[in-house]
Design a protein around this ligand. Structure first.
Ligand SMILES: [Zn+2]
Length: 169
């Protein structure tokens, strides 16, 4: 059996068990060492070690959280209607009758109506659809009134009444 010394530890080793790393013939033990050192170097160089550590921490935390969740399931969320504040007073009364925009259902009004509808048990999508319909109805009414050549003041007055109806219906 042909034996040769390991270039590193000088232990006589079967030739076929020696392996070349960076030009040196090394025994199995030394090769393993070199590889391990190299891996550590690589990780260090890339600054990955810290990342690996925090990654591991994260994974540990995550699985802890998961287990915590399994033991302590999330309590049912409060119904959305409980979280929506009741609008105070009629918003309509604060509206300026000379403001042309008030014959429209503006953003603020839509928002309040949305809350009112959801408080009445509609979900968000239903409430949104419903407001879309209201806006369309208001638009049609407004156009009708204008076609009848009603004075703009009258159009606004009627629209405000209609909007106020929406709040109270
Ligand atoms: Zn060796």
């Amino acid at each position: 059996m042909v034996e040769k010394e390991c270039d590193n530890c000088e232990t006589k080793t079967q030739r076929k068990l020696l392996g070349k790393i960076r030009g040196k013939n090394l025994c199995r033990k030394c090769r393993k060492e070199v590889r391990e050192n190299h891996r550590e170097e690589t990780i260090d160089e890339a600054g990955i070690e810290q990342e690996l550590i925090s990654l591991e921490k994260n994974i540990k935390n995550e699985s802890q959280r998961k287990h915590y969740r399994i033991r302590n399931p999330i309590k049912k969320r409060k119904k959305i209607s409980d979280e929506i504040p009741v609008p105070k007073g009629s918003v309509i009364k604060k509206l300026d009758p000379t403001n042309k925009l008030e014959s429209y259902l503006g953003f603020q009004e839509s928002h309040i109506l949305l809350k009112i509808l959801m408080k009445r048990g509609l979900d968000f999508e239903e409430a949104r659809e419903s407001i879309k319909t209201m806006k369309e109805e208001l638009r049609v009414t407004r156009e009708k009134l204008r076609e009848q050549n009603k004075p703009e003041e009258e159009v606004k007055r009627q629209m405000r009444l209609k909007i106020e109806e929406l709040y109270n219906y």
